[in-house]
Design a protein around this ligand. Structure first.
Ligand code: MG
Length: 233
């Protein structure tokens, strides 16, 4: 009886084993220490210096550096030395604990992919503004799915999967850029298609090289940043 059961079981299982074998991947996934930061990430800022960055307008990045934190100080946007295309980004930020201003004037900064596509940074804790301009928005295009903003002064995070737009040899858009964003670990952008450079109405893609520097915005508010790392995809 036991033998019969075993034989029956193996007959039942056979098709599934076959499917599993047929679908087996050729290459074993690389072993990567998850960190954080993951072993295969490029650390863009670990609190020690801004050597991975420069001022967008030229020269050394001059944001205030203190206690492992970089703070926007009115010296302008900064961009990475290295250009990036498709990537996974982790970045932590905090708006000022002392609340000043309102709407777009409160805790405004931004993570600008390829110098064109802005993921908005804003103090959106009990601060009304237009929906596609609040924290977690693809600026002027997509509001976040939910508002998971922490209180002013508290550290927040963005984890982003960005796929750069593609252009054909004539400079025509062949594939729109896409972005997925977790704000404080919660999904706020679900693989949305970027419509073109943000902040332009109407917006229109202009061709550019696949890899472009990542930019952080100086919008005149002292936003703090820490723990920035990126993985090329
Ligand atoms: Mg902004």
């Amino acid at each position: 009886m036991k033998l019969a059961t075993a034989v029956l079981k193996s007959w039942v299982m056979l098709p599934f084993v076959g499917v599993a074998l047929a679908g087996r991947a050729e290459e074993e996934p690389r072993v990567v220490n998850p960190g954080p930061p993951p072993a295969d990430a490029i650390v863009l800022f670990d609190g020690t210096d801004l050597s991975q960055w420069r001022k967008k307008s030229g020269g050394k990045a001059a944001w205030e550096l203190k206690d492992g934190v970089a703070t926007v100080n009115g010296t302008g946007d900064i961009v990475t030395q290295q250009p990036f295309g498709d990537c996974q980004l982790h970045i932590e930020w905090a708006t000022p604990a002392e609340v000043k201003g309102e709407g777009q004037g409160r805790g405004n900064s931004g993570v600008i992919f390829q110098g064109r596509y802005e993921l908005q940074v804003l103090d959106s804790y009990q601060n009304k503004t237009y929906f596609n301009g609040q924290a977690g928005a693809v600026y002027s295009q997509y509001p976040p799915l939910v508002n998971v903003s922490r209180k002013p002064g508290e550290w927040q995070s963005y984890d982003v999967i960005f796929h750069a737009p593609r252009f054909d040899e004539n400079g025509k858009l062949s594939k729109a850029g896409t972005i997925t964003v977790l704000h404080n670990g919660v999904l706020v952008q679900d693989n949305v298609e970027i419509k073109g450079p943000t902040g332009q109405q109407p917006t229109k893609y202009e061709p550019h090289p696949l890899k472009q520097p990542l930019e952080l915005q100086d919008h005149g508010n002292p936003i703090r940043f820490r723990n920035i790392w990126i993985r090329e995809l």
